[in-house]
Write a protein that binds this ligand. Sequence first.
Ligand code: PNW
Length: 452
Amino acid sequence: MSAPNSIALPLPFEWGCATSAFQIEGAASLGGKLPSIWDDFCTQPGNIKDGSNGLTACDHVHRMRDDVALIADLGFRHYRFSIAWSRVINERGQPNAAGFDFYKRLLDELARKGITPNATLFHWDLPSHLKGGWLNRDTAYRFADYARCVARELGDALPRVATLNEPWCSAFLGYDLGVFAPGHQNREESLAAAHHLMLAHGLAMQAWRGMRDDTALGIVLNPELCDAASDNPADRQAARMAELERNDVFLNPLFGRDWPAEMQTQIGSLATVRQEGDLAICAQPLDFIGLNYYTRSVARAPRSAHEKSRGYAFVPPSGDALPLTDIGWEICPEGLGRMVRNLTGQWPLPPIWITENGAADNTEVGATGECQDTLRLGYLQSHLAELSQLVQSGFDIRGYYVWSLMDNFEWAHGYTQRFGVVHVDYATQQRTPKASAHWLSDLMRRQSIDAA
Ligand code: PNW
């Protein structure tokens, strides 16, 4: 299998793979690690499809050296991971040395293998002891304290840091749809959480820059590309509302713009949630923006009261319009291009990294010991072809990280969905690179040869 000629990216282009702490680490109470809201959420029956949790996950904390060796062997030169806030900060807000020690060893190991780290401070695993979670403004200030601590303890080894991963998921899946921790279903709460998350982002940027000025700082979003279910004006307005919620609520504050009026009217308590000067805090200059792209969505006009509170409802993909991955998401490579064009047309984005892209393909390891994940392979090929077109037409995209290095805890889906280019047998913790991993290795090797 060789790389198709349609994929050609100019160097220096960052090829990487991505993971997040809760999804792979395990060791949930080792060395004073405290619970997060995802630990709590997993204990409530019905929240996680297979009733599982993150207590062991991929046991990455104990297998870190081997996992880093695997990343290096596959030829990835960049690794995106997240730091578990509740591993490194204790209840009194002081650094937990044992927790930091794990990340110091990870960073040493990455450096030894010539892999550049790309760290995210918050990938949804909020420490449980922070009262009120993202509904409490104080959490934003605690996040800045945490950022300051990471800058002090690990900053020397971190060239690039993202504050938040996909704050839309934390706010809206967590506080409105209730499918993510903490599992609330309250529209006003989700908007308050969104504001506090962006405030936390801005405060953390300020806190980090107060400690050092040699780190590239940014944020990772998962912008929406939403098509209307029909040409009917009510459906078209619904698609617009979905994009406002997912894009404008997060991108506007980053560039000092207020929320769109349609979103402001959805939260009666806005005046008490937002304080004078908040917008200026959110709008810290960004060195980069990370964009995660998996699929497009389709919206229709709202019917139920809850749908009306948000102004839209999603139409679940049927597979008729576009083929689906195993998790049921449409495969829509041209959507990556449309999304990047939409965003760059509306906001003055800094350089872009595609910080996640990938597919659920639940193919198991076969009798021959190989994992032929052809669905994922096709998905990656079509999306990388789209990406190289974008780069060739001048969009400033500097890197691509596949989600994910290895199969892991897929949130509310538990271990039922496999996103890894490396297969994990959870009974033995054995790692087996899939066909997609071999193909990516080959592509990365050829790209570096071509550019030499
Ligand atoms: C992202 N949605 O999650 C996350 O950053 C990863 O942790 C996750 O494993 C990956 O994508 C695959 O799901 C999302 O429902 C989860 O729109 C759900 C949605 C979007 C992103």
